[in-house]
Ligand binder design. Structure first.
Ligand code: F6P
Length: 369
């Protein structure tokens, strides 16, 4: 394999730069030319490539975001658009791609390199690297960016807890994660939150409101300095925070008619894109570097249509995945199987999704209240 290209696509994730750096250095060390594609598939369509060498990736390990830029490219769903992208790659004589991103980005690569679409055109191989703060990709224990995002949430909630304690207040903190509740569940445990709301629980609106109100009333009966309430809500819970706040406040006024409204009113903080930014944690730097090492070595050894995975949380049959010979914690798994499992995970159909929600309930019973 003479020439490989690296791209980052979809929502950026802290640690993507570590993967770009390692892929560049390892690709070059193995004798390949390495190019970077700017702004994901959008840049590919615009022939926006840059040469990547040791000098270009110096010092990027500690930077958040991605030096290559990222974008979402809806047009890539169209076969004609992918044909254009393949023509650009053929003109550039690119034999292999390293695609760093989430569900949509890896699906794009699967189609781009599909033998049925390539036909007699220039062959193309690719390996995916999971990167998304949402941790919603199947068959990998973690994706790049999750650890940093969790740390950011914990830091923000610790700060909120200070002011909540000072005022005996209830805070609802909304965190990113798209349709996946992983970040809300895990950060709630790490923060010692009083409640976590995540889409996998599938609770209707009135049940969510009642659960919050019961939690607030139970905690408010404690002595001062123990009366703050922190509730972490995943953005995937289909109930806008403003509406949730007004429903909870109205119900609290009904339940505690003598209380001054200002004293029981909830406060809302939406962490939004803050959760996606910042310097990558040491773990995300390692994860990005190690997954990229496995991805590039496997690609150059002739593998394709696979994803480098970190300690898959389920047993993998041989035809779906194998432990990487380059790193005992990393696996190389069939991307078709990853995408199928991702869909199951998001629809709550996979045993892992059920386990996550069930395990959280047990932890919640034992620790949170
Ligand atoms: O997939 C990563 C993510 O940050 C989600 O958590 C969030 O729902 C979405 O991207 C936000 O997308 P955008 O940056 O396009 O607003």
């Amino acid at each position: 394999m003479k020439r490989i290209a690296i791209l980052t696509s979809g929502g950026d994730a802290p640690g993507m730069n570590a993967a770009v750096r390692a892929a560049t250095l390892i690709g070059r060390a193995l004798g390949a030319d390495v190019l970077g594609v700017e702004r994901g598939y959008k840049g590919m369509l615009e022939d926006a490539f840059v040469d990547l060498g040791p000098h270009d990736v110096q010092g990027i390990l500690r930077e958040g975001g991605t030096i290559l830029g990222s974008a979402r490219c809806k047009e890539f769903h169209e076969r004609a658009v992918r044909d254009r992208a393949r023509a650009v790659l053929a003109k550039r004589e690119i034999d292999g791609l390293v695609v760093i991103g989430g569900n949509g980005s890896l699906t794009g690569a699967q189609y781009l390199a599909a033998p049925a679409e390539i036909g007699s055109g220039r062959p193309l191989k690719f390996i995916g690297i999971p990167a998304s703060i949402d941790n919603d990709l199947g068959l990998t224990g973690l994706s790049i960016g999750v650890d940093t995002a969790m740390n950011t949430i914990v830091e923000a909630c610790d700060k909120i807890a200070d002011t909540a304690t000072a005022h005996d207040r209830t805070f609802i903190v909304e965190v990113m994660g798209r349709d996946c509740g992983y970040l809300a569940m895990t950060s709630a445990i790490a923060v010692g939150a009083d409640l976590a709301l995540f889409p996998e629980a599938g609770k209707p609106e009135d049940e969510i409101v009642e659960q919050i109100v019961e939690t607030v009333l139970a905690i408010r009966s404690k002595q001062r300095r123990a009366r703050k309430v922190i509730i972490i809500k995943a953005e995937g819970v289909n109930l806008a925070v403003d509406r949730l706040k007004s429903l909870v406040d109205a119900r609290l006024r009904e339940r505690v008619p003598d209380a001054e409204p200002a004293a029981i009113e909830t406060r809302v903080t939406v962490l939004g894109h803050v959760v996606r930014g910042g310097r990558p944690s040491a773990f995300d730097r390692l994860l990005g570097s190690r997954l990229a090492n496995v991805a590039v070595r496997s690609l150059i050894a002739g593998q394709s249509h696979k994803m480098a995975a970190w300690m898959p949380p389920v047993e993998l049959p041989e035809e779906v995945g194998m432990r990487s010979p380059y790193d005992p914690y990393c696996w190389l798994v069939d991307l078709g199987a990853v995408l199928a499992e991702t869909e199951n995970l998001l629809k709550g159909r996979s045993p892992l999704a059920r386990w996550r929600a069930g395990a959280f309930d047990q932890i919640e019973d034992a620790l949170l209240l």
